[in-house]
Design a protein around this ligand. Structure first.
Ligand code: GLA
Length: 412
């Protein structure tokens, strides 16, 4: 009997030890394959900053579906800074703001999921977020478990209040925490490019910001006196990091920041902004108020042809081929040996293009693609006009208005 008891005790003990050993599995690295094409969605920050609540989110999700945005490919609804209460609870857990979200975050996320959409939240690697809410520093694993329990699909992770922290380590810690929590959550690094996340972000995240914040203007710098920092017009962001294209690709994208389409620029500038984000294979995260969206804004955001350039499965970021007197030519290799080519007029006057293909061969030295129009004739489609436009046998001749683009698909 004694021996029997001893055996039972040992068996129970070993089971406990065995099961303890198996309840915890440390995860490393990002969830692979969550962003094989650039993520598309909506984020609250550009229009609403911290003025967000459940009504806004529900209405935005409703319109995302009813307007055709979801059918065009937009599927993430991401709540940026300001979704939390100012303090963690007594156990150190994050608390969704009970005034802004009276029905609770979980029920809101269920609502968004029931529409066939995905849901994202924001936090920060520092002690506080940029708007002064509880940051994640020291709470990485606890917060990751909280996000997994809410069933979110995307985490944007910012870089305010991080004095003394090592960026690759801080982002790796959060990435590992998400992996350990076990729910596939796309990880969006928002480190602004300060520590070159393109050089170390690939095993850690699915996308990374490459610049400071965007501002709704063509080419301005908007200086915030308070805090001494700048937001950037979309051409400034494009110029800033156009040379890091070889670091971007399927599941590891250079993120040129949320879109400002519909946020105060002219329709022409919005069209150019959307075109360049498509050419750069940047994530397409709308940042406007869907409830007040004009038909023109919706048409730009849902242009199928441009989205197909952005979402092309080759996943290659475009580059500037030439620039002369403010008339620029940007190109992007596409699958099936096709190309996208964008003429951009940066000047204040209308310009005339007379483009001799045979004198303008394309060579992509980073990825090894080439188009020689002496050897190969391509059919041309004008993507914003959605019209055939001849072939590369003849010069392409057109007028292009100030700050406007003409986007052609060259089809082999
Ligand atoms: C930073 C980010 C923005 C936004 C705000 C929120 O500035 O770069 O995209 O998330 O913080 O406070």
């Amino acid at each position: 009997m004694k021996k029997y008891n001893y055996l039972v005790l040992m068996a129970l003990l070993s089971l406990t030890v065995f099961s303890q050993g198996n309840t915890y599995t440390q995860g490393f690295g990002k969830f692979e394959g969550l962003a094989m094409t650039p993520p598309m969605g909506w984020n609250s920050w550009n229009t609403f900053e911290t003025n967000i609540d459940e009504k806004l989110v529900k209405e935005t999700a409703d319109i995302m579906v009813s307007s055709g945005m979801a059918a065009a490919g937009y599927n993430y609804i991401v709540l940026d800074d300001g979704w939390m209460a100012k303090e963690r609870d007594v156990n150190g857990n994050l608390v969704p703001d009970p005034v802004k979200f009276p029905s609770g975050m979980k029920s809101l996320i269920d609502y968004v999921h029931a529409k066939g959409l995905k849901f994202g939240l924001y936090n920060c690697a520092g002690v506080q977020t940029c708007a002064g809410y509880p940051g994640t520093r020291g709470y990485e694993y606890q917060d990751a478990r909280f996000y997994a329990s809410l069933k979110i699909d995307y985490l944007k992770y910012d870089w305010c209040n991080t004095a003394g922290i090592n960026a690759p380590e801080a982002y790796a810690t959060m990435s590992n925490a998400l992996k350990t929590a076990g729910r596939p959550i796309a990880f969006s690094l928002c480190e602004w490019g300060d520590n070159k996340p393109w050089e170390w972000g690939k095993p850690i995240g699915n996308l990374w910001r490459i610049s400071g914040d965007i501002y709704p203007c063509f080419d301005c710098e908007y200086h915030h006196e308070e805090g001494n920092w700048s937001s950037w017009g979309f051409m400034k962001i494009i110029e800033m990091r156009k040379d890091i294209r070889k670091f971007s690709g399927p599941d590891h994208w250079n993120d040129f920041d949320m879109l400002e389409v519909g946020n105060g620029m002219s329709n022409t500038e919005d069209k150019s902004h959307f075109t360049l984000w498509s050419m750069m294979a940047s994530p397409l995260i709308a940042g406007n108020d869907f409830r007040k969206m004009s038909n023109e804004t919706l048409a730009i955001l849902t242009n199928k042809e441009l989205i197909s350039i952005n979402q092309d499965k080759l996943g290659i970021q475009g580059f500037k081929l030439s620039a002369e007197d403010g008339l620029e030519v940007w190109v992007k290799p596409l699958s099936d040996e096709n190309w996208a080519i964008t003429f951009l007029n940066r000047t204040d006057q209308t310009k005339t293009i007379n483009y001799d293909w045979k004198k303008n061969l394309i060579k992509d030295v980073d990825f090894g693609f080439e188009a020689d129009f002496n050897k190969t004739t391509f059919k041309i489609k004008d993507l914003w006009k959605n019209k055939e436009a001849g072939t590369t046998k003849k010069n392409f001749v057109a007028n292009i208005a100030s700050h406007d683009v003409i986007v052609l698909k060259l089809i082999k």
